[in-house]
Ligand binder design. Structure first.
Ligand SMILES: NC(=O)C1=CN([C@@H]2O[C@H](COP(=O)(O)OP(=O)(O)OC[C@H]3O[C@@H](n4cnc5c(N)ncnc54)[C@H](O)[C@@H]3O)[C@@H](O)[C@H]2O)C=CC1
Ligand SMILES: N/C(=C\C=C\C(=O)O)C(=O)O
Length: 488
């Protein structure tokens, strides 16, 4: 290696319990510097064939184990993720651009929790039984694992969302082929190093790296993969639906959002403002649950806006390792440009940019000036028809607009194609229940944001997806049900 050149991290696929090199590789960038630091396998059909073979071989033994035995393996995996927390958090932050603090306190703990949660949940499922005494019959249901599960995950919460799929799939007795985002593959590769020690048999978890159009489509189109669980964008979900239709595959699609916050005049602004800054800008606004349309009742609009902009300006953008930073770098140059283009469109339409992009100055160390950083940006005086109010931006940009009545705001909140998450802020309990019920949204948080109850259904309505994930929902998805009738 030439003097002064840093060695690149080389990832390998993990198939049948072995790390395997690939014929070609993709560059992976450190979002905080814009430098290539890692090479990700550019896998294709050949690697998917090998992974299918390994997953097929492993299935009979793994699916025959008792839930208790599988649960032990998942718990060991949770322990190992916890023991590697610091290493995994450092890697996640470098690969994704998020702050190290967030990776340490949210991403990696949740990845461990995903394994522990499904290790416990798998022990508590019961099936139904009914009787027809007049015909001397009883009927009962059994659930069996579906087979080889194809899991495709995005770049915003890499290990968090990957393990949210792997854990329920293997707990239910399936074997899996997972394809993480090519933009953030490192922690998935690190997870592979823990599998043998946790007692995961070879072939139960296979991880194949590469791009969506190449390896993702090979996985989705494979006839021996009867089920696809996907989290990501709506256009990709459409493609996955088309490719899987000829095989009638089971699909779970967790897609984007254009999530409203509805703030009534009796809201507790002391709590609402910091929570809404966080819900708009956490993880650089790169969470499908992030708020991007804030509707504020007219009587408190000016006060809210002033205080919200002040608080947004304090949401510090910094290098990911800075413990005082609230926000790191966006995922890629292309994504940063896309997010900025929305702000430019809003400005061209006559909207006001109150802080952030084009208004305030970013201050970064020299080494990070080619990184993909952007300030939290607040837009106002914008029409509901603007693309900034309709489309998922998936960055640190949020729009604030006034409303007058409850009926009006529900209609406006529901007027987009998405229906994932909403927040409602009011001290009137009756109103929060009433509004929550009328919102077309798979999740509604009242007077809070992103408090997760993993037992209950998670997912969206309308273009935000199909299906739900959670203790019972994921179990139902990753198993087939059969009704058996016994004449006695
Ligand atoms: N959870 C969410 O709601 C997410 C939403 N997005 C939205 O999507 C936009 C674009 O981000 P992308 O990274 O392009 O998301 P994406 O939907 O293309 O990527 C998600 C995953 O799907 C894979 N994929 C892409 N094309 C595929 C195909 N044809 N067949 C199978 N797999 C495929 C990717 O490699 C990645 O693993 C973002 O700006 C954001 O608006 C992105 C990530 C997560
Ligand atoms: N699916 C996403 C977030 C999920 C969060 C959770 O399960 O707590 C996303 O941002 O894509």
């Amino acid at each position: 290696m030439a003097a002064g050149k840093k060695e690149l991290l080389m990832l390998e696929n993990f198939i049948g319990g072995q790390f395997l090199p690939c014929n070609s590789y993709i560059d992976s960038y450190d979002p905080s510097t814009g430098e290539v630091y890692c090479k990700v396998p550019n896998s294709g059909k050949e690697e998917i064939e090998a992974a299918v073979e390994a997953a097929r071989e492993a299935f009979p033994a793994w699916s025959s184990r008792s839930p208790q035995e599988r649960s032990l393996v998942l718990n060991r995996l949770a322990d190992l993720v916890e023991q590697s927390l610091e290493e995994l958090a450092q890697a996640e932050s470098k690969d994704q651009g998020k702050t190290l603090t967030l990776a340490r306190t949210m991403d990696i703990p949740r990845a461990a929790q995903n394994f522990r949660f499904f290790a416990s949940a798998i022990l508590h499922h019961v099936t139904e039984c009914t009787q027809m005494d007049h015909l001397s019959c009883m009927h009962y249901t059994v659930r069996t694992p579906v087979g080889i599960a194809g899991l495709i995950s995005p770049w915003n919460l890499p290990l968090y969302l990957l393990t949210w799929k792997i854990a329920p799939a293997i707990a239910a007795g399936n074997t899996v082929i997972a394809k993480p985002s090519e933009l953030t593959s490192v922690t998935a590769w690190m997870l592979c190093k823990l599998l043998d020690k946790a007692g995961v048999p070879p072939g139960v978890i296979n991880i194949v790296f590469g791009t969506g159009p190449r390896v993702g489509e090979a996985l989705v189109s494979h006839p021996e993969v009867p089920l696809i669980s996907f989290t990501g964008s709506q256009p990709t979900a459409e493609r996955i639906t088309q490719l899987s239709a000829p095989h009638c595959k089971k699909l779970s699609l967790e897609l984007g959002g254009k999530n409203p916050a509805i703030i009534f005049e009796d809201a507790n602004l002391e709590e609402c403002i910091p929570a809404t800054v966080r819900s708009s800008f956490a993880n650089q606004g790169e969470i499908c649950l992030c708020t991007s349309r804030i509707f504020v009742q007219r009587s408190i609009y000016s006060e809210f806006l002033k205080r919200f902009v002040e608080a947004s300006r304090k949401w510090k953008v910094g290098i990911p390792s800075d413990p005082s930073a609230n926000m790191g770098a966006l995922i890629s140059k292309a994504h940063l440009e896309k997010v900025r283009s929305y702000v430019m469109k809003a400005r061209a339409e006559g909207a006001q940019i109150l802080c952030g992009e084009g208004v305030d100055q970013l201050s970064l160390p020299l080494r990070n000036q080619a990184g993909y950083f952007m300030l939290p940006t607040v837009i106002t005086d914008i029409k509901d028809e603007s693309c900034c109010m309709k489309e998922e931006i998936f960055g640190p940009v949020t729009c604030v607009v006034p409303f007058d009545s409850e009926e009006e705001v529900i209609k406006r909140a529901n007027s987009v194609k998405y229906g994932l998450a909403a927040t409602v802020w009011s001290n009137n309990v009756g109103r929060t229940h009433r509004v929550a019920k009328k919102l077309q949204s798979g999740l509604v948080w009242t007077n809070c944001w992103l408090i997760r109850e993993l037992n209950l259904p998670f997912g969206g309505m309308k273009s935000s997806g199909i299906g739900r994930e959670g203790a019972k929902d994921s179990y139902d998805f990753f198993t087939e049900i059969k009704t058996i009738t016994v004449k006695h």
